[in-house]
Design a protein around this ligand. Structure first.
Ligand SMILES: [Zn+2]
Length: 474
């Protein structure tokens, strides 16, 4: 009964290219799409544009065995396009002391005020046309190196050597010496002064308001499906840090010298510029908010046409999918501050990957249009399912689309889901170690053949799990 055609997910030998998506840089787009595929793709994209939300969702269901297609059925998944490699800029500093990688909250005016050069100087040198529209991660070349022990100050009317020295907590003599001032009264309005910082002041090259030293978004130009790390380096001890990224709340935890929040970019996010903002309050009482603009680059997800047996067709109802999505979103939006996991995640089943995250999916000639919210692995019913990393069982449930599901909370807002299971061996609240067998794979829910559907959610956003089987999670 179980023949190759029973498997609802066709092998896509070229889909591995998608795993290299994050590294693809400067690679020419090389995609030979048959005419038929191009038409299908354009129809699909048109319909996707009208979709307000991801629709790969779920609801509680009676545990009925999934219908199994006959051995003569045609293959259920037709790959009509393969992922397109996308050039990805990086935020790695060049090592050039004159090049500044723009952090959240830094603007041309704040860089100008700090460096002593004018906004138009900086704009001209960097070929910028819109003087204050810097993107986080962008490189700005400064005319001169900024010393962390020198502040620049432009003299305003009424200021004197004495008043300035008192304001910066240094002696008038130090101020005169640092600027070769022949007398205590020979200041000119608009004159640029070098202010040596008192020895007690922390050396910093920050141009952000207290209590911030620097705020970075990593990667600076994420793609849909990526995890995003927002890292706050404070200039003094903090009490609280909160924020948002692309309208998703950021939840920060302290990690040594810095505070960090994890979020994700939804697979359906359009390329474009999205806002990030962070507000911090120090134990000293200093508080400020900084904001920046993050460029989300285009993804290179392919698309699939899937035909579902008529007995499962009710599960293509967008309402059913939206309800299940809501239930999953609620589960994965919980937050446990400590991390159970460490390092890379392991594949729950080591076998052939039959469908990748992010693929645009059209079911039964467009009855439902959605995207693939996880990674599919070929697995005969009863295959042991290993948990990807240490965590706590957040839920064991049965959903209409995903079938029997185990949800694992790995801490810091990271969750993995194991779907279409035939048997579950853990209970809610149980602590599991990396690699423990938590269930047996199956074919429950909207599944057209035995396989494991594996999902990863970070900060309430479903992202691509595969890169983190090779790269440690932040
Ligand atoms: Zn799947």
């Amino acid at each position: 009964m179980s023949t190759e055609s029973d498997i609802g997910h066709t092998h896509n030998p070229r889909a591995g290219a998608q795993r290299d998506r994050a590294d693809a840089r400067g690679t020419a787009t090389r995609l030979s799409v048959p005419l038929r595929a191009a038409i299908a793709l354009s129809l699909l994209l048109g319909a996707l544009a009208a979709l307000p939300r991801p629709l790969d969702a779920q609801t509680p269901l009676p545990p009925t065995p999934a219908a199994t297609p006959g051995p003569g059925d045609p293959p259920k998944v037709e790959i009509v396009a393969t992922p397109v490699p996308v050039p990805r800029p990086t935020a790695v500093p060049s090592g050039d002391p004159l090049v500044r990688v723009v952090g959240v909250g830094e603007t041309l005016s704040s860089l100008a005020a700090q460096s002593g050069f004018s906004i138009s100087d900086l704009a001209k040198r960097n070929l910028l046309t819109r003087s204050n529209a810097l993107l986080t991660g962008q490189r700005v070349r400064l005319p001169a190196r900024i010393s962390p022990r020198i502040r620049l100050h432009r003299v305003a009317p009424g200021e004197t050597v004495t008043s300035l020295a008192a304001g910066y907590d240094i002696s008038p003599y130090q101020l005169r010496q640092a600027n070769n001032l022949p007398c205590a009264t020979c200041l000119v309005v608009n004159q640029l002064l070098r202010i040596p910082l008192p020895a007690s002041a922390p050396a910093t090259d920050s141009n952000l308001p207290q209590p911030f030293d620097r705020v970075d978004v990593i990667p600076a130009q994420p793609a849909p499906g990526d995890i995003v790390v927002v890292r706050v380096l404070p200039s003094q001890p903090l009490d609280t840090v909160i924020g948002t990224f692309a309208d998703h709340p950021l939840r920060f935890v302290r990690r040594g010298d810095y505070w960090e929040a994890l979020s994700g970019v939804s697979a359906l996010t359009d390329a474009g510029v999205y806002g990030v903002s962070v507000r911090a309050a120090a134990t000293s009482g200093a508080a400020a908010e900084v904001s920046g603009r993050i460029q989300v680059v285009q993804s290179g997800y392919g698309s699939e046409n899937i035909t579902i047996d008529y007995r499962l067709a009710p599960l293509l109802d967008p309402q059913v999918n939206a309800e299940e999505r809501f239930e999953i979103d609620t589960l994965v939006s919980q937050f446990t501050p400590n991390a159970y996991y460490s390092g890379t995640f392991r594949l729950p089943v080591v076998s052939k990957i039959t469908s990748y995250f992010g693929a645009r999916r059209s079911f039964n000639d467009g009855l439902l249009r959605t995207y693939h919210s996880g990674t599919d692995m070929l697995a005969p019913v009863g295959t042991p399912v290993h948990v990807a990393a240490a965590g706590r069982v957040a839920a064991v449930t049965t959903l209409k689309v995903r079938g029997q599901v185990v949800v694992i909370d790995h801490g810091r807002g990271i969750f993995t889901l194991y779907c279409h299971l035939s048997r579950v061996d853990v209970k809610q609240g149980q602590i599991v170690n990396a690699g423990d067998v938590i269930a047996l794979s199956g074919n429950t829910g909207r599944s057209e053949g035995p396989h494991l559907h594996w999902e990863l959610a970070v900060g309430g956003v479903t992202v691509d799990p595969l890169p983190y089987t090779e790269t440690p999670l932040p």
